[in-house]
Ligand binder design. Structure first.
Ligand code: CUA
Length: 151
């Protein structure tokens, strides 16, 4: 008789456990308060806009740039955007936490697996700007950099 009780208890616990996992999984698909967007880090290359990383013109005044950080670089490696237009950077990571930091600008974002971080910036002057990873991400961290060309 005791075995039966323990067995039921075990099954109940299992059901409870699975329900909690289910609720958590469901919660992952919602945008939490604060506007942070989530993404499945294993499906970054299948999830818009990161399935086609790079620059997209939204309208005459706005451009969107989707960037994927990964050890130890950025996708795409070449970025060209116009000066004097609003550039909306959307950043995520395909592996560990990196940063997307454009030197001498206010753009300094974490690139976090499972998250999409957004920052809007307007470059006033054409030129080349250095992009660095400021977040230690492994043995190649100090080589993780690229350039953005503003025309
Ligand atoms: Cu990526 Cu440090």
């Amino acid at each position: 008789r005791y075995e039966k009780i323990w067995l039921s208890f075990g099954i109940l616990s299992l059901i409870l456990f699975l329900t909690i996992i289910g609720i958590n999984a469901f919660g992952q698909n919602h945008t939490p308060a604060g506007g942070m967007m989530t993404i499945d880090p294993k499906k970054v290359d299948q999830t818009p806009p990161f399935d086609h990383p790079g620059v997209v013109k939204l309208d005459d005044n706005r451009y969107q740039v989707a960037i994927v950080g990964m050890a130890f670089g950025y996708k795409p490696s070449q970025i060209r955007v116009p000066a004097g237009k609003e550039i909306i950077f959307k950043v995520t990571s395909a592996d560990v936490t990196h940063s997307f930091t454009i030197i001498h600008t206010k753009v300094n974002m974490m690139a976090v697996p499972g998250q999409i971080n957004t920052k809007s910036y307007t470059f006033q002057k054409p030129g080349k700007y250095l992009i660095l990873c400021n977040e230690y991400c492994g043995s190649g961290h100090q080589f993780m950099q690229t350039e953005i060309e503003v025309y």
